[in-house]
Design a protein around this ligand. Structure first.
Ligand code: FES
Length: 228
């Protein structure tokens, strides 16, 4: 039965076909029901369409959602105590995990010793998304995902470095490749300091940080053994 002809009772049918004021009123009720059903169907169709479009936009433009893929404030500057590479301790000195941004925020002390100097150092810092703050410290946002096959890489306090539990890829405190099957160093997001806020742009990833060699390595390999 069509929505344009909703069911009526035998009594209504008789009155309708007998004419008079009652018939007119029942006919009016039927028109109202038709309108109601049409509007209900339109409303359901409208809500479904809006939901589908919103879902498509979320996947096409995740930065609009305010989640991973957008610029995220991951904390205040004071929450990230800087440290030299050998003194790194997860969540206490130099290295801080921020799962909402799938990021390790690295904060290197101004006295950190780099292997490169001068313009070579400046060029390397710039190409690898390392930001030098006004107090002389250095900030990096490392993507937590191993560039081998995608496992989340933990920071190991006892190794002063990142060591992947899946196949053993090993990265130093700034995410530079040390050893293992990974094809390159850890990827980095853009990071910025805006007033007191530390912001990570999880929509802007640098996935071109190569295996360093003696001309491009920024930081010494850790001196501690990390075989277990
Ligand atoms: S996924 Fe990390 S070493 Fe394979």
């Amino acid at each position: 039965m069509s929505i344009d002809t909703p069911p009526i009772s035998p009594q209504q049918y008789e009155v309708l076909h007998g004419g008079g004021a009652e018939a007119a009123e029942i006919a009016q009720q039927r028109i109202s029901r038709r309108r109601f059903l049409r509007r209900s169907m339109l409303a359901v169709w409208g809500v479904s369409t809006v939901s589908a479009v919103a879902g498509a936009l979320f996947y096409m433009y995740p930065q609009l959602s305010g989640g991973f893929g957008s610029v995220l404030t991951v904390g205040k500057v004071a929450e990230f105590k800087a440290a030299k590479p050998a003194d790194f301790k997860l969540e206490a000195a130099g290295v801080y995990h921020r799962p909402v941004a799938r990021t390790y925020v690295i904060h290197l002390d101004p006295s950190t010793e780099f292997l490169l100097k001068g313009q070579d150092l400046d060029a390397q810092l710039s190409s690898e998304n390392v930001v030098k703050a006004s107090d002389g410290s250095y900030w990096i946002a490392l993507y937590q995902k191993c560039v081998h096959l995608g496992c989340t890489v933990p920071f190991r306090d006892n190794c002063s470095s990142f060591k992947c539990p899946c196949h053993g890829s090993h990265y130093n405190v700034s995410g530079e490749f040390l050893d293992g099957p990974a094809p390159r160093s850890l990827d980095r997001f853009q990071i910025s300091i805006e007033g007191d806020d530390v912001k990570v742009n999880t929509g802007a990833i640098n996935s071109t940080v190569a295996h360093p060699d003696e001309t491009t390595r920024l930081i010494h390999a850790p001196t501690v053994d990390c075989t277990v």
